[in-house]
Write a new protein. Structure first.
Length: 101
């Protein structure tokens, strides 16, 4: 189950705890080459907070993801924040590519 954090996203935003970064290579010079340099792969993480949803033409559109879901999302559509030393991403639900079952 997702850990409760002191951040409440607004509208159709979600807060995601990113999965561990696997596949990074460190060169002898100390430069870190992420795995995504070779392959453009979506990122993965666990949803820890969900906004109430958005309104379109006065009609409430509920969220499709929920806290605890593991989601795939594009690597450019989020904002990074750090809370209590943990890195989180805030992104719109529309940037979620899918839910991992």
């Amino acid at each position: 189950m997702a850990k409760k954090i002191a951040l409440v996203p607004l509208s159709d935003r979600i807060v995601v705890k990113p999965a561990e970064k696997a596949g990074e290579k460190t060169l002898a010079s100390g430069i870190i080459i992420p795995e995504t340099v070779d392959k453009e792969k979506p990122m993965q993480g666990e949803v820890v907070a969900v906004g109430p949803g958005k309104y379109d033409d006065g009609k409430h559109i509920p969220m499709q993801v929920k806290a605890g879901d593991t989601v795939l999302f594009g690597k450019y559509g989020y904002d990074e924040v750090k809370i209590d030393g943990q890195e989180y991403y805030i992104l719109a639900e529309s940037n979620v590519l899918g839910i991992v079952k």
